[in-house]
Design a binder for this molecule. Sequence first.
Ligand SMILES: Cc1ncc(C[n+]2csc(CCOP(=O)(O)OP(=O)(O)O)c2C)c(N)n1
Length: 379
Amino acid sequence: MTVETAAGATPPEPELVQLLTPEGLRVPNEHYDALIADITGDDVRAMYRDLVLGRRVDGEAVALQRQGELGLWASLLGQEAAQVGSARALRAQDHVFPTYREHAVAFCRGVDPVKLLALFRGVDQGSWDAAETNFHLYTIVIGAQTLHATGYAMGIQRDGAIGTGDPDRDAAVIAYFGDGATSQGDVNEAFIWASVTNAPVVFFCQNNQWAISEPLERQTRVPLYRRAAGFGFPGVRVDGNDVLACLAVTREALQRARDGEGPTLVEAFTYRMGAHTTTDDPTRYRLNAELEHWKLKDPIERVKAFMVRGDLADQAFFDGVEAEAEELAVHLRAACRALPDPTPTSIFDHVYVEPTPDLVAQRESMTTYLDSFAEEVAR
Ligand SMILES: Cc1ncc(C[n+]2csc(CCOP(=O)(O)OP(=O)(O)O)c2C)c(N)n1
């Protein structure tokens, strides 16, 4: 794959791993180039497709929420590269512990986006089977999943599934969270446990600059990635709008974990282009100039420019991806509206592997209560 490099291009911000400038020029990097040396034109095209389809799932969900079809949606707009780059660094046996915004990671892991819509429509509580894709359920409690991820990673370690040198066996865990989550006790506890047990976990922080209306400067006095040093493991800051850099950095961190070298904190420096969720109004606390500044760093336009410059794709390819995105959107709209309401008693299912006597009694009591309405109607 031959591409123009960025001689004389604007240097990246200090302390930030960047392999693609916002203009789509390739920034040579002695260390990280080796980590993506195997990436072919086909791989770049595949990642472009993930970015576009991931954005389309998100955009369609926002529209569906606006039409009253979903109760809420947390948009990933602007964070596509951080999600796709990191997700494409994963192997099948790795495990993902997401927050509530990781729709493109879910997409890359093969989770049906309709299942994400079902959660936000309120007709189930996250019905995808985590065992099928190793993509665990969304977590709304900020930072809690970092503890789940660390515990899971400690389990993998105890199963001897790290450091064997077998690429199909050695596994790692990745936990996603936001900049605001770094202020949570859970996240700090997870860092400590992961560090002292040398757990095979990658902490992937999407620093999108805002925790609802709280800006980054209310969370930290130092760049977030530097926190890792205090816990005793490496931290690295990557341009979160650069899919290649996110891929390279996450690949390295995951491999360290799989090799038994312990945790890494990756801070993907990015920006939340939309509202925190569809119930939020960012115009009340955020300046438009900031948004305009970040628009110029768009993760999809950047790869597209890179592909065009390097002759990695022609117009027919871009049109094809666009058509696929449109088809996906049509499917999502119809599938969302057709989602069945749950049976009221399904809330008792899947609480435990074996239902407890208490739960069985509660389900029976609820069934009797619901049946009483049917009897009333019949009378
Ligand atoms: C333990 C806990 N405290 C507070 C909240 C309310 N809350 C929901 S989202 C959010 C901000 C999260 O910001 P950040 O971690 O930066 O992630 P982002 O939403 O920006 O991706 C808060 C405080 C919550 N869900 N859980």
